[in-house]
Write a protein that binds this ligand. Structure first.
Ligand SMILES: [Zn+2]
Length: 238
């Protein structure tokens, strides 16, 4: 069912289940709590990284974790079920994502910055940039009418820091606790040995550090596309 357009309807698109929650979950939880429709779209489950479980077993676990995390954040969870580490980058994927954009009708799109050491993350960035364009193009006929997501932002993800520039600081003080408990749904968040990275410590410290800089208790940062930084002003600021 299509959501009503809202000033802050947000769609976050992650390469693997957990990416969007860890990096943008505080922002999503804040806007969800304020009554705005928020959705997470996972392009893959990230099912190939477990030490002991098969991809099928771990995929089922990750899907359950993603559903519980989304519920705790107050978001809807959507899945496109492409295989982990093999996300294609063709027009079929871009149109599939564009269809979700047309259905969800977000004002704000959040995804990965392109400066990532992870191939799926780089591809997700490129897929979302083109899907946003396709979704907004009336001449591309799909089941639903065109919808242009007015704002595109990139989340701060530890794997995507090559050239990342934090230029939007969002106060996440009120949503921090909800975000922390939502992320606990993931084994890789609870147990650093399972994920090979200290996610809980990293993102908690990051929220604290960004909050220090922004003068909030906690903050999350986002990056604008370069074109959005152009000031079309008739005069000097001031
Ligand atoms: Zn990932």
């Amino acid at each position: 069912m299509a959501q009503a357009a809202s000033p802050y309807a947000v769609l976050a698109i992650g390469a693997h289940a957990a990416d969007a929650e860890f990096s943008a979950g505080m922002v999503l939880a804040r806007y969800a709590a304020e009554g705005h429709p928020t959705t997470i779209l996972h392009l893959t489950l990230g099912e190939k990284g477990h030490r002991a479980l098969s991809p099928v077993e771990y995929g089922a676990q990750k899907r359950g974790e993603a559903e519980r995390a989304a519920e705790a954040l107050g978001c809807r969870a959507r899945f496109l079920d492409y295989p982990d580490a093999e996300l294609p980058e063709d027009d079929a994927v871009k149109l599939a994502v564009a269809d979700v954009i047309r259905e969800v009708r977000p004002r704000v799109l959040i995804t990965h910055w392109r400066g990532s050491f992870h191939r799926d993350h780089r591809r997700t960035h490129d897929v979302v940039v083109d899907a946003r364009f396709f979704a907004g193009l009336r001449t591309i006929e799909r089941e639903r009418p065109a919808w242009y997501a007015g704002h595109l932002l990139f989340a701060e993800n530890w794997e995507d820091m090559d050239g990342y520039r934090p230029d939007v600081y969002v106060d996440t003080t009120a949503s921090f606790d909800r975000w922390l408990s939502a992320c606990e749904a993931y084994e890789i968040f609870r147990d650093p040995a399972a994920g090979g990275f200290r996610y809980r410590e990293y993102y908690t410290a990051l929220a604290t550090m960004r909050g220090c800089l922004a003068r909030f208790r906690y903050a999350a940062t986002l990056m604008r596309p370069d074109g959005d930084l152009v000031a079309r002003s008739g005069a000097l600021p001031g």
